[in-house]
Design a protein around this ligand. Sequence first.
Ligand SMILES: Nc1ncnc2c1ncn2[C@@H]1O[C@H](COP(=O)(O)OP(=O)(O)OP(=O)(O)O)[C@@H](O)[C@H]1O
Length: 954
Amino acid sequence: MTSENNGDSNALHLLPGTDGEQVGGLIIKKKSQAVSSDEQHVFKVPQIPVSTSSFGLDKLAAEKRRAQSSAAASSSSSKRSKPSSSSFDDNDNDDEYKNSSNHKSRHLREQRVETPSSTRSSHHDLYDKSRLPPKNIQRGVVYGKEKHKQHRNKDNKDNDDDDRYATPNIRGSRESPSRAQWDDDDFDKRHSQWEYPTPNDSYNRQGYRKKRDTDYYNRKSNDTPLPTPSFRKSKRDEFNADDDQHNWEEEQKRIDREWYNNEDVVDDELNPFSNVSEEYTKKKEQALELRKKKRMSAQQRQINQDIEKWETNRMLQSGIVTKVNFQDDFDDESESRVHLLVTNLVPPFLDGRIRFTRQFEPVIPVKDPTSDMAIICRKGCQSVRKYREQKERRLAQEKFELGGTKLGNILGIKRRDEKDEQSEDVDYKKSQKFAEHMQGKNEAVSDFATKRTIDEQRKFLPIYAIQEDLLKIIRENSIVICVGETGSGKTTQMTQYLHESGYTKRGMIGCTQPRRVAAMSVAKRVSEEMQCKLGDDVGYAIRFEDCTSDKTIIKYMTDGILLRESLTDPDLDHYSAIIMDEAHERSLNTDVLFGLLREVVSRRQDLKLIVTSATMDSNKFSEFFGNVPIFIIPGRTFPVEPFFSKACVEDYVDAAVKQSIQIHLGAGDGDILVFMPGQEDIEVTCEVIKERLNDLEGAKPLSILPIYSQLPSDLQAKIFQKAEDGIRKCVVATNIAETSLTLDGIMYVVDSGYCKLKVYNPRIGMDALQIYPVSQANANQRMGRAGRTGPGQCFRLYTERNFREEMLKTNVPEIQRTNLANVVLLLKSLGIQDLLQFHFMDPPPQDNLMNSMYQLWILGALDNTGSLTQLGRQMVEFPLDPAMSQMLITSVAMGCSSEILIIVSMLSVPSIFFRPKGKEDESDAKREKFQVAESDHLTFLHVYIQWKKKWIFK
Ligand SMILES: Nc1ncnc2c1ncn2[C@@H]1O[C@H](COP(=O)(O)OP(=O)(O)OP(=O)(O)O)[C@@H](O)[C@H]1O
């Protein structure tokens, strides 16, 4: 087009201005004027609005205008004659073009003669609708709105700039906006847009339609072909009366208004909602949505949610969708993500290059993990499980007990008799006064004890016969291993023999025991034999309880106490002789004491060390101490007959109950001692025995007594007392009654074959109490509790094959299976820097040792070289776990030592909260009153403070 224009004067298109004289519109300059030939062509952004046609229609229009003006000059009447379709179109288009600039004002509709139409117009339709009954009118309006909406929505997709690009109407004979023509406008009916001469890119249906409609309504009357008779005119003629005509006109106006309100209103001025902002509309829509939602009932909402969930689930299941709310999940993930910086801090002295022990592999306290007994103890006892479930159910039922409630009163359900409960109440404050209970003289039960004097009883013991030989060998050797049957008199008699031989003139005779109860009960027995008050010549010392005095010459104590004493008195100068009793138990402290005492004896020639042991360990002990002599005490006090189970017992509680009842009902006089692994087993056994005896008619009464370490001391002491009215006693105990304990009257022992052992788990750094089969040595010790004051029987709830093939000969030493933090701290404080140089009878495994050292390093007790720090040195002084002693020391700097002291003290004794059987709920409720939500430790402190307040008040 540009090349054409270059040499043509017509290339300068001057469009006429609005007043005719003024040149207006777009002026397209010749290219030669605009740019020099050598200048490079630069495309410019087209000016909008531009009314020129890219197809040269503007030029065509100009030509036509010229032709028109000349034709008009020749014949003015030709204007009125029916033009050819093309000329009419062009003329029409031209007018529209002229009016396009002020088209806004054209939308005001005036009443005028309607263009006749071959088909019914929309206006006509509306008129018809107005004549319908009101119901139909309303329906019709609604229908019209909807229909119109559809059109509008369709049209809105198109360009809105139709006013700017007001394309001339070139539709030939379609001059009437009739319904038929409206329908014909449908683009689908066209073959192509290009069928029409103006393929204006801004052309669109709406624009076209609006243009056409507005043109139609605003066209001057003389633009309408006159010869066509007016439809309205003919209608109006039908009204004869003036009133009718007036009504008709009013009705027409109303229809018109309605039409404007409902039809395609293109002018914003007429649109009452044109000034409404989008924001307002949005708000309104949201409010409407909300209202809709609110109206939905909760039930319906839930149903909808469920349906939605179900659909999502189906979609996921079918595999169409693999993930829903991926973005949400992602957000949640990012919100909950926590960045952790994990630093593996290892002290230099634990870098793996240094060896600390000769024992590298951990030791499992079972001979064969696939053996029957090992599997049974892993599975746990069925009776215990069942009882636990029943108990929980019963407690749940009790919670919903109706007695005492309003509903219960209505139904006539009475509350349980509170008086009965009160009468069962025990004064639990007295419970911890163990020593008081041990002060009174134990009443003899057996013939052996009742019919013989103490002297006679002593002389009856196997050890009495070899007294001189024993004393001789002790005199000649610093260390002697003494082996003898259970009950032969090692624990009670040797101390007295040494005293009688004059060893107490140079110092005390100390006797260590692995268990507290044993230390107390044996001291009590010896004090009786020596006819002195417990704590005077004969006393005992256990943690937190020292029952000795300046006069004490024979001191029974736990091995931990002697170990502590070795810290302050490394050569144990207070002692002239030390008996390490029950050495085969291989407690942690005993093993450490072995190493220490070995050194002490080498330094002190006057110190005598006697180690008592079961037969199996004697050689090992002898070798450890340098092939020292082994002294064997021949014979036993009374025979004990062992009975093995014929088949392997799975439910040891049930078997023990049956065996105990059988003994009680069928066997001769004598008390029963049942060995169980733990507290829960004991409780269940006691309960089931009681239940079954109650069910039996004519069964003799039985005094059932439990004993375990967490039981208050007064209840523990009950096992040493004679049962009321001389009825049979049945003691159900853990292995705390296994060694050194003499319960007068025990003739029958029932051994479950299992015990609980503390086993250290290096992965979690903690000790755990787990059930394991006992060793043969333990089984013999258990059997030995019978036959001390008379012949006895031992019922073993395992087969002989179990005993021989599945049980270890002796215990796995505690040093090989527990946390060693305290031991390491102790050894370091004793100056043993290199643990390899310490003489362990059985060295601890590498993992246990390393973990314990790491724990101490974390607590600040060891430095980077593995040496004891100042803090570590202070920590050794406390008979506490390293963590607790560190807490206590740190509290001084933080000014809260009095509070921490209380907490640590309460943590170091058996639990202060006692849950009596059958009163667990009551006990828990009382405990809750003291509960401090933040911490159990603060709960302890709170309990103490409350107790102190009450005590001061009293
Ligand atoms: N409280 C007691 N009542 C009656 N007799 C007792 C009592 N204590 C000990 N005896 C008697 O003393 C004996 C020796 O007991 P002792 O504890 O010294 O034996 P032991 O050889 O140490 O046995 P174990 O190795 O089992 O500890 C018992 O067999 C028993 O006859």
